[in-house]
Ligand binder design. Structure first.
Ligand code: 4NP
Length: 153
């Protein structure tokens, strides 16, 4: 079975939204897919997503208030078939921590959106609330192509 881990920095803004978007799309298509999210940073372990992330998800009918942040572990590289980083810094950190036994295929989230390959999902944490709508649009675009790809397997 395929499994996808989304990874950002704080684990309270972008990766929970990416998880929520792909989980919703997988449920819609009745895909058997494991989806989780984690952060490379450790500041927010155990915390729920940022209120602005919870609000954008809620506006799209998804409740992520029960989510809890966790940090990426080396075991994730063998547990997941795909690890998807939200930006380049997180991708480099993942490459650095990958054990020799890693099986997960690493990519950037926007590599999965035609025309946006190689680009980063900007961190909305430091900006205006509207940034979370941009994040939502990006993660739903990626969720749609990722789900289609897993469906075709
Ligand atoms: P995220 O955003 O990586 O999308 O969850 C951030 C949230 C918090 C922090 C950094 C990024 N922080 O430094 O606490």
């Amino acid at each position: 079975m395929s499994s996808v881990l989304f990874v950002c920095l704080g684990n309270i803004c972008r990766s929970p939204l990416a998880e929520a978007a792909l989980r919703a799309e997988a449920e819609r298509l009745r895909l058997d897919l494991v989806v989780e999210f984690a952060g490379t940073g450790n500041w927010h372990i155990g915390e729920p997503p940022d209120p602005r992330a919870r609000a954008v998800a809620a506006r799209h009918g998804i409740d992520i208030s029960g989510y809890q942040a966790r940090q990426v572990t080396r075991a994730d590289f063998t547990r997941f078939t795909h690890i998807v980083a939200l930006d380049h810094d997180n991708l480099s950190n993942l490459r650095r921590m990958a054990p020799p036994s890693a099986v997960a295929e690493l990519s950037l989230l926007l590599d999965h959106v035609p025309g946006r390959e190689g680009q980063a999902v900007a961190d909305p944490w430091f900006g205006e609330a509207a940034g979370f709508d941009v994040t939502w649009a990006e993660v739903t675009a990626a969720a749609s192509t990722l789900a289609a790809r897993f469906r075709a397997r």
